[in-house]
Design a protein around this ligand. Structure first.
Ligand code: 13P
Length: 248
């Protein structure tokens, strides 16, 4: 049985004051939730959030990581740096990084590998655009995206990753994939994992992301291959994020 994971992706939101309020409220409401939870915060706030989560069951994560170890890469943040702030997770290949910053499947795979080798858990994001869905390419696109990552990772390390299916057309739009639509793609992703390792297919958590909110979380999380959520907008409101955590 895979333990569910609910991770918040704050994207480029927050402030010192807002983060303190949000994490204090989330910590207070977490109680004895039966799932894993994490918040992936902007890099400048890692130190602040590390302190706010010091006695918390909620893990810390980052939103991106360099594909390089160290050196002359202005603006980049390395996996080793993230570890120094007690990060457990790092998102790689979010559609906003692929779309706005030109990240390729190959770069995303390198980032995932770098994170893994440093001891971080990469949350590898995949997902199709509306045009790709309407052209019937969803399965091919997400398979290509996940295979690029899986092919670089040694079989005995495959169980250490998390996958997130985020249909691009559902992100920040209020449009959610129906539980059945999401489940169908999660099953494709599970098959891709299985093609590499039966153990990984059994153990790797596949999160759904894209307008997940308290009103639709329970139904989505009830699907057999949906093992949690990657939450954008609703992760910025303590009550909404906690409601999703308690639905998981
Ligand atoms: P929303 O929940 O705001 O649609 O964002 C989803 C997302 O991109 C999480 O990574």
């Amino acid at each position: 049985m895979r333990r569910k994971l609910v991770a918040g992706n704050w994207k480029m939101n927050g402030s010192i004051a807002a983060n303190a309020l949000l994490l204090t409220q989330i910590n207070a409401g977490f109680g004895n939730a039966g799932c894993d939870a994490a918040v992936c915060v902007p890099a400048p706030y890692l130190s602040q959030c590390q302190a706010l989560l010091a006695d918390s069951a909620i893990a810390l994560g980052a939103q991106d990581v360099s594909s390089h170890d160290a050196g002359a890469y202005t603006g980049e943040v390395s996996a080793a740096m993230l570890l120094e702030f007690a990060c457990r997770y790092v998102i790689v290949g979010h559609s906003e990084r692929r779309g706005y910053f030109g990240e390729t499947d190959e770069l995303v795979a390198q980032k995932a590998l770098r994170a893994l080798h440093a001891g971080l858990v990469p949350i590898v994001c995949v997902g199709e655009t509306l045009a790709q869905r309407e052209a019937g390419q969803t399965d091919a696109i997400v398979s290509r995206q996940i295979d690029a990552v899986l092919s670089l990772i040694a079989e005995n390390e495959l169980t250490k990753i998390v996958v997130a299916y985020e249909p691009v057309w559902a992100i920040g739009t209020g449009k959610t994939a129906t539980p059945e639509m999401a489940q169908q793609v999660h099953a494709v992703l599970r098959q891709r994992l299985h093609a590499r390792s039966a153990t990984a297919a059994q153990e790797v958590r596949i999160l759904y992301g894209g307008s997940m909110k308290p009103e639709n979380a329970r139904e989505l999380l009830a699907m057999p291959d949906i093992d949690g959520g990657l939450i954008g907008g609703a992760a910025l409101k303590a009550a909404d994020f906690l409601a999703i955590i308690h639905a998981a």
